[in-house]
Design a protein around this ligand. Structure first.
Ligand code: EPZ
Length: 417
């Protein structure tokens, strides 16, 4: 089992370059299924979630050429429409592959992605939308069989602005007949990136980034090259890690407009933030001030930053109130932070974080990707040594995390223990 061993208390200082976005790359890779041609993708992060997604495409008959962050995907010989069950279980986001497979082949078989460490992760919004598009859905023994003669555009109003459901509807309707209008659509930047990629392929998608998205079906798509947007959550993670250790950093390649809610909250904590072209500079105060956080769909404060920000606030001056409004089980990291000496009270979806003078390094266990990142941050700002176990959760979503942190002066190594 791999663990991070962190000697905390070091100020992080220097420059870090942000990798491509995991959550934009995954639906875009799924989108390559639609063309039946070659797609060349750039700035794809080298992380486990991407490897799993590419493995599934290979199992479905696609040909992949990968050279670090460049990937060439040829889906011309794709001949299978069933997403392997064990792969579905390993990664819930594979559900957006279903939309792309149905969009191209008018049939797909996949299993329930299953609940995970941050919540039940139901897919009712996806399936209800498929039914509205005329797709026949049968559920047998945990498998979902989707089939239709053709997909006819329609109006779909989402009960909740689900990122995955919005992506799945777009992927399922790019090659449909007629026009689909999604209302109460998710507005996340990853949806905008997916739409940009698909429109470059020849799709007709309007309104991505707003809560009304129109997809007019087209007959075929073309070969495309596309560079994926930077990872806004990685950018936020590094800003918080530097702020938590009282350091200073220059972040390269981040997209400022994607992280304004995070920037505003860091300024409220007393950080001095300046923008130099495409680069963001942060200088931390001696002691962070407490702030209140409420996670919301974009453009609100992102749920993926809740645990990382909450961990940073354990040493802030005063008491911070964090409310998690998106997922129902995203506080599992708190029991681990308490082992380090933090003072956090959980009341339903609210965490009351009372700042303490110091955290003490100890052994903790990651249970999900962002909760794991929160524990790394806690280790960086603790006195003594912290061992973060089960780091496979963290490696799913951060490219070269330990290398980037070492370059900022952190004492962090990976150990097989
Ligand atoms: C995407 O997950 C991201 N994952 C998540 O990032 C992110 O936290 C989330 O969007 C919210 O921003 C990827 O893009 C791969 P949702 P997704 O559908 O699509 C409920 C990370 O750490 N819901 O917007 O699964 C759901 O249970 C990951 O990188 C239904 O009830 O999120 C949740 O409470 C974690 N029915 C809420 O909506 C449905 O059919 C938001 O889910 C679908 C969702």
């Amino acid at each position: 089992m791999l663990s991070y061993i962190i000697d905390g208390g070091k100020k992080l200082e220097g420059t870090v370059s942000i990798s491509g976005s995991k959550n934009a790359s995954l639906p875009i890779i799924a989108g390559t299924i639609l063309s039946g041609k070659i797609s060349k993708l750039y700035n794809i992060p080298n992380i486990d979630d991407i490897q799993i997604t590419l493995k599934i495409l290979k199992m479905l008959g696609c040909r992949i050429k990968k050279n670090n962050n460049k990937i060439e995907i040829d889906t011309s010989r794709m001949n299978k429409k069933e997403i392997p069950e064990d792969m579905m279980r390993r990664m819930r986001s594979t559900v957006v592959m279903a939309g792309a497979i149905i969009g191209r082949f008018k049939e797909a078989v996949f299993s329930y992605p299953g609940g995970c460490e941050i919540g039940a992760r139901p897919i009712d919004l996806h399936l209800n939308a498929f039914k509205k598009l005329g797709i026949n859905i049968e559920e047998k023994a945990g498998f979902i069989y989707c089939k239709c003669d053709k997909i006819i555009g329609t109006e779909i109003d989402l009960d909740f602005p689900s990122v995955g459901a919005t992506e799945n509807i777009i992927l399922a309707t790019v090659l449909s007949e007629g026009t689909t209008t999604i209302t109460n659509a998710a507005m996340e930047p990853e949806i905008v990136d997916l739409a940009k990629f698909l429109n470059k392929m020849g799709s007709k998608i309007q309104g991505a980034g707003t809560n009304v998205i129109k997809i007019t079906g087209v007959k075929n798509l073309k070969e495309v090259s596309y560079k994926v947007m930077p990872d806004r959550i990685e950018a936020g993670t590094f800003l918080c890690m530097v702020a938590a250790t009282g350091g200073k950093v220059k972040i390269l390649n981040a997209e400022l407009e994607h992280i304004t809610p995070i920037i505003h909250k860091l300024e409220e904590c007393g950080c001095n933030i300046s923008i130099e072209g495409k680069n963001i500079k942060l200088e931390a105060p001696k002691k962070l001030k407490c702030v209140d956080i409420k996670t919301m769909p974009y453009p609100g404060f992102p749920t993926d930053m809740q645990s990382i920000f909450g961990s940073m606030l354990t040493l802030a001056k005063g008491t911070s109130i964090v409310v998690e409004n998106i997922f129902e089980n995203r506080y599992k990291y708190i029991s681990e932070l308490k082992k380090m000496g933090s003072k956090i009270q959980l009341e339903g979806k609210t965490a009351i974080i009372k700042g303490v003078r110091r955290l003490n390094g100890t052994k903790v266990e990651a249970t999900d990707l962002r909760g794991g990142a929160a524990l790394v941050l806690a280790g960086l700002m603790s006195k003594g040594t912290t061992k973060v176990e089960q780091i496979q959760y963290i490696q799913r979503g951060y490219e070269k995390l330990e290398e980037k942190l070492q370059a900022l002066g952190a004492k962090i190594i990976i150990k097989n223990t």
